[in-house]
Design a protein around this ligand. Sequence first.
Ligand code: ATP
Length: 320
Amino acid sequence: MNSVTVRVPAKVNLQLAVGPLRDDGYHDLVNVFHAVSIFDEVTAVAETGMSVRVEGESADQVPEDGDNLAIQAAVALARHAGRSYGVSLAIRKAIPVAGGMAGGSADAAAALVACNELWGLGLPLEDLMEIASDLGSDVPFALLGGTAVGTGRGERLAPLEVGGTFHWVFALADGGLSTAKVYGECDRIRQEGGEPVGHPRAAEPLLAALRAGDARALGAELTNDLQPAALSLRGSLARTLQAGRAHGALGAIVSGSGPTCAFLAESEAHAETLAAALKTENVARDVLTAHGPVPGPTVVQGPPGRAQRIPLSHDESGQS
Ligand code: ATP
């Protein structure tokens, strides 16, 4: 086989609880990840060297060299296999770049799955997960998909059962926000406020709303500790969130480190009317609708009979 294409979803954080700054510069997190139907596509073609090319949404802001997370994933996988494999990666982006929807992590996860197939390694998802957690704290969830609670830096994952499909609207902003700067601003605001920062915990009412598939309850429980920092760095997001609430969103939140804003709708039809209203209000560069949860990386083109998601051997997510 000399070409494999993998489709991989974006994520939104339904809860992002940030603990105090640790001595190693990281924060303990509780992160409820939710994969939504905005997809990048990564095609891996057998080659002698390693290369990457990017097209689509904000492609000019994505590196086409060794800084690209997808190439880093391919290099890490070849190293793990102890062989000098080559690959040419083509990434078609739809996930907003530096938008708080983990597009780079998604591409890294897709590259791991694509190269595992392309090179015929047959590594189980558990092995790919280990490589993924060295690549970045959001990469393990990008391999898993569905909905999951992440702890530690976000890399220790427990899949969650979800009792339905949720409908979302995403308001994309002009330009990205650096995740590191948003965490820095969060620390600065907290230091200024002088309040002690507690150990983060998963919110039980949020988990119950997910289990029940109750969009109204979920909307009321969405939280993001990075939101004040994202709003401090990008004041215009307050107007975007307000516009969504005014048009009946069940919940309105900055996605991850922003600047994308996520709105929970009552139904698919409500998502469409909410998206149209946000477009008219002119509070976003672009507005997308999506649903979740969706499965993680899926091989959409490869050898016959293998055009399926690579299963996790102890998959409890029930969403594949
Ligand atoms: P997160 O939500 O995980 O913090 P994000 O969605 O805010 O991430 P990304 O889209 O992953 O941000 O991009 C973050 C940075 O990573 C960008 O500045 C981009 O140039 C770089 N990057 C490296 N590889 C990729 C890739 N394959 N796709 C997108 N960005 C990449």
